[in-house]
Design a protein around this ligand. Structure first.
Ligand code: PLP
Ligand code: ZN
Length: 397
C-alpha cells in the first residue's frame, strides 16, 4: 500500500493513517496522502486496461493494504456515453455523460462506501453511523452488510423511500427524522456520543476514505478519454465529496505525470432551492453560510451546510470553474428531454447538470467545440416520481 499519512488541508497538520480518524482538531476534513513517486515507478496507465473493470483497478491509489479486506459488489468502471442528439440541441457537440446509474445500489455513493467500508474493516471498526439524504445510507448499509459491519443510518422522512428499503433489507439500524440531513446529523452525533466509542462516525467527509472511493470517478473519466483532459466537468454538488474527489484525482494524476498541467474547469451545480456553494462562490467568500429552508426535487444535493465548503470552493477557483443554481421545473424538463433524445433516464441530480450545461453554453461560458463531461450520479429508476404518468390513457379490458 502506498498510503503514507492523512493531511489537514487547512492547518497542514499530519495525522496517523494507521488508526481510525475523523476531523482534524481544527475542524477540517482530512485528506489521504500517498507516496506518488513510488506509485509512478510501479504502475503506468497502460496497465489499467489489463485489470478488472471496477474501481479497484486503481488499487495503488486507494487506502486498502490487504486485498482480502476489500468489500466489493463490482462498483466502478461505469459507461462514458456520447449524447450527440441532446448535445446538438444545446450547442455542445462533444457532450459526454458518465452514467453512475449502473453502479451497485444505483448511485455513485457505492464508490465511497466500498472504499470507506473496506478501510473501516481493515482498521478494526465494527459499527459505523451516518446521516444521509438516502443514497449514501443505502450504499453504506449495503457494503457494511457485505463486510460484516453494523450500520446505523439516520435519514429524513422524505428521502426517497427506495433508500429506506435498501437499508432495512441490508439489516441496518435505520432511523427516520422529520427534518433535513442537518437534523439527521445532530441525531447521529448524539448516538455516537452515547455509544462510548463503539460507533465510528462515517458521515460525509468526517472520515477520509469515502473521498478516496469517489475520486476514482476522476481516474475513470481520464482513462476513458485516453488521458486527454476534457475542457469542462459538470457535477451536482451536495456534500461536494464527488467534486472534491475528482479535483484530488486530477491533482494526483498531474503529479504522477499521467495528464497535462491544464485541468478541466469544474462546475458545481446546485438547485435554486438549496445553493449555499453558488452563493458563496458568487460573493467570493472562502466559506459558505448555511442555506435556510432547503428544498428541491434533486434530493441528493439538498445539503444546506456542507462540511467541505472550503475544499469545494477551492476546487472551483483553482480550476477556473464556476457554480450555478438551476430550478426544479427546468431540471424535470431536461430530464424528460434527455430521456426522449438519448434513451437514458437520468436522476434529477444528473439532469440538473444538463440544465446547467445548457445555460453555460447559452451564456458563452462553455465555448463551441469544447468537450464537456456531465456526471449522472444515480439511476433514474430510483426516482420514478420525476415522470408524470397521470395522462397515460387506460384502455378498457
Ligand atoms: C449524494 C448525491 C449527490 C451529491 O454528491 P456529493 O458528492 O455529496 O456532492 C449527487 N447526486 C446523487 C444521486 C447523490 O446521491
Ligand atoms: Zn487542521
Amino acid at each position: 500500500m502506498y498510503l503514507t499519512h492523512l493531511e489537514c488541508p487547512r492547518c497542514r497538520r499530519q495525522h496517523d493513517a494507521g488508526r481510525p480518524q475523523n476531523l482534524c482538531g481544527c475542524g477540517s476534513p482530512l485528506l489521504a496522502r500517498y507516496d506518488l513517486a513510488a506509485v509512478a515507478k510501479v504502475v503506468t496507465p497502460e496497465r489499467f486496461p489489463l485489470r478488472p473493470a471496477d474501481l479497484w483497478r486503481y488499487r495503488e491509489l486507494l487506502p486498502v493494504a490487504d486485498p482480502g479486506t476489500v468489500a466489493t459488489l463490482g462498483e466502478g468502471w461505469t459507461p462514458m456515453l456520447r449524447a450527440p442528439a441532446y448535445g446538438a440541441e444545446i450547442g455542445i457537440s462533444d457532450l459526454l455523460v458518465k452514467d453512475e446509474g449502473l453502479t451497485p445500489t444505483g448511485s455513485f455513493k457505492a464508490r465511497g462506501a466500498a472504499v470507506g467500508v473496506s478501510r473501516a474493516r481493515e482498521l478494526g471498526i465494527e459499527r459505523i453511523a451516518m446521516p444521509t439524504n438516502g443514497n449514501a445510507g443505502a450504499a453504506w448499509a449495503t457494503y457494511a452488510a457485505r463486510a460484516g459491519l453494523g450500520a446505523t443510518v439516520v435519514m429524513p422522512l422524505d428521502a426517497p423511500t427506495i433508500c429506506r428499503r435498501e437499508c432495512v433489507a441490508a439489516g441496518a439500524d435505520l432511523r427516520l427524522v422529520d427534518g433535513l440531513i442537518s437534523d439527521a446529523g445532530r441525531h447521529v452525533q448524539k448516538l455516537i456520543a452515547e455509544s462510548g466509542g463503539t460507533i465510528f462516525d462515517a458521515g460525509t467527509l468526517r472520515e477520509p476514505y469515502r473521498l478516496e472511493g469517489k475520486k476514482t470517478m476522476g481516474y475513470e473519466i481520464l482513462e476513458q478519454l485516453a488521458w486527454r483532459v476534457p475542457d469542462v466537468i459538470v457535477y451536482p454538488t451536495g456534500g461536494g465529496v464527488g467534486l472534491i474527489g475528482i479535483h484530488k484525482a486530477l491533482q494526483e494524476m498531474r503529479e504522477l505525470g499521467w495528464i497535462s498541467d491544464r485541468l478541466p474547469r469544474l462546475v458545481a451545480v446546485q438547485s435554486t432551492g438549496c445553493a449555499p456553494i453558488v452563493r458563496a462562490f458568487a460573493a467570493g467568500e472562502p466559506r459558505a453560510e448555511p442555506w435556510a429552508d432547503a428544498r428541491t426535487v434533486a434530493y441528493g444535493i439538498t445539503v444546506p451546510a456542507p462540511l467541505g465548503d472550503e475544499l469545494i470552493l477551492d476546487a472551483l477557483r483553482a480550476t477556473a470553474g464556476t457554480a450555478l443554481a438551476v430550478d426544479d421545473a427546468e431540471i424535470l424538463a431536461d430530464l424528460r428531454a434527455f430521456a426522449a433524445r438519448e434513451g437514458l433516464l437520468l436522476c434529477p441530480e444528473g439532469a440538473a447538470c444538463l440544465t446547467a450545461a445548457r445555460h453555460l453554453r447559452a451564456g458563452g461560458w462553455i465555448r463551441a467545440g469544447e468537450r464537456v463531461v456531465v456526471l449522472n450520479t444515480g439511476a433514474g429508476v430510483k426516482y420514478p416520481e420525476t415522470v408524470d404518468v397521470s395522462a397515460v390513457p387506460v384502455l378498457p379490458a
